[in-house]
Design a protein around this ligand. Structure first.
Ligand SMILES: Nc1ncnc2c1ncn2[C@@H]1O[C@H](COP(=O)(O)OP(=O)(O)OP(=O)(O)O)[C@@H](O)[C@H]1O
Ligand SMILES: C[C@@](O)(CCOP(=O)(O)OP(=O)(O)O)CC(=O)O
Length: 318
């Protein structure tokens, strides 16, 4: 397996930004593969703002796979982590570090264990898509370490199995998650609609109204919505497909008015679907509502004719 002594560690560090959906993903048709009920579109933030940094290390001296999130050890036994690790390991190639005399043949990746350390530079599980940046970064860094030769879209289908929104963080700029039709999920992946330079005078301001963990996680929330909301069925079938086309057009033409209208309408409908869930889910608080009113007033004012404020409300929580 290794040239020379068994005391070596090989590691890779990667940084991945989070993404904010402008046409939302909410609801799964398959929970274990994480397959959505509709397409979605997002904007990936600049990497130097809200991002995850993950280091993955491999060594023959590691006795089991372990992971630390923000300095605290977490369990890797959950299906989402296991699915990502399994999928990446099954695509690993030979790795050779000539300088240090280390050789890892493809067949040995199943026997070697990993240590993973990940940090989010923003609140975790608070509605700012930490799972998106987190799983995208995990899959990307593991793929680099194990010399996986798949393209970004194929990797996105693996990140999707960690957290749905994570598939979109494998790309910068404007990204579409195509829901796919196959039962095994192989066609449910992300594609880049336009790169990060396409619309470089579009600025996104993120107002963190609370850093507390959400009371209802996205996973639980969307499960309850799928089980109880009639509005979601109407949204997924009748509303989103048209909005996706309109949003793609708005992005292509850098048409801010249409972009803003669609993003706000879709965000409002997402919150409406949450309210239509039984029991209802509330992701906004009084501060969120006040921020929205101020932005709406500004957009109608003289200043708003020059500078339009678009509120991309992911989830704002008490
Ligand atoms: N850096 C990371 N690496 C791996 N997993 C992470 C990382 N950060 C967060 N996670 C996982 O994602 C979970 C949080 O996901 P959740 O969807 O509840 O919140 P969120 O992604 O911050 O918000 P939302 O998706 O609603 O915008 C964490 O409990 C953890 O399991
Ligand atoms: C409101 C959202 O941010 C929901 C994101 O949900 P997750 O991707 O976190 O959910 P799981 O797939 O269960 O991990 C909308 C979006 O990002 O499209």
């Amino acid at each position: 397996m290794v040239g020379g002594a068994e005391k070596w560690v090989m590691m890779v560090t990667a940084q991945t930004p989070t993404n904010i959906a402008v046409i939302k993903y909410w609801g799964k048709r398959d929970e274990s593969l994480i397959l959505p009920v509709n397409d979605s579109i997002s904007v990936t933030l600049d990497p130097d703002h809200l991002c995850t940094t993950t280091t993955v290390a491999v060594s023959p001296s590691f006795e089991r796979d372990r992971m630390w999130l923000n300095g605290k050890e977490i369990s890797l036994s959950g299906g989402r982590y296991q699915n990502c690790l399994r999928e990446i390991r099954s695509r690993a190639s030979d790795v050779e570090d000539e300088e240090n005399g280390i050789k890892i043949p493809k067949k040995d990746w199943d026997k070697l264990h990993l240590h993973i350390a990940s940090y989010n530079n923003f609140p975790t599980a608070a509605g700012l898509a930490s799972s998106a940046a987190g799983f995208a970064c995990l899959v990307f860094s593991l793929a680099k370490l194990m010399n996986v030769k798949e393209d970004q879209s194929k990797l996105s289908a693996i990140a999707r199995q960690g957290s749905g929104s994570a598939c979109r963080s494998l790309f910068g700029g404007f990204v579409k998650w195509i829901m796919g039709r196959d039962e095994d999920g192989r066609d449910s992946l992300a594609v880049q609609l336009a790169d990060e330079k396409h619309w470089d005078d579009l600025f996104i301001i993120i107002a963190v109204v609370s850093s507390r963990q959400k009371e209802t996680s996205s996973t639980t929330g969307m499960r309850e919505t799928v089980e109880t909301s009639l509005l979601l069925k109407h949204r997924a079938k009748e509303i989103v497909p048209k909005r996706i086309l309109q949003m793609e057009e708005a992005i292509k033409n850098r048409d801010f008015t249409s972009f803003a209208q669609l993003a706000c309408a879709d965000s409002n409908q997402f919150h409406a679907v949450c309210l239509d869930t039984s029991p209802p889910i509330f992701y906004m608080n009084d501060t969120s509502h006040r921020v929205i009113s101020i932005a709406e007033k500004w957009n109608r004012s003289e200043g708003g004719r020059r500078w339009h404020i678009l509120l991309m409300r992911a989830q704002m929580q008490y």
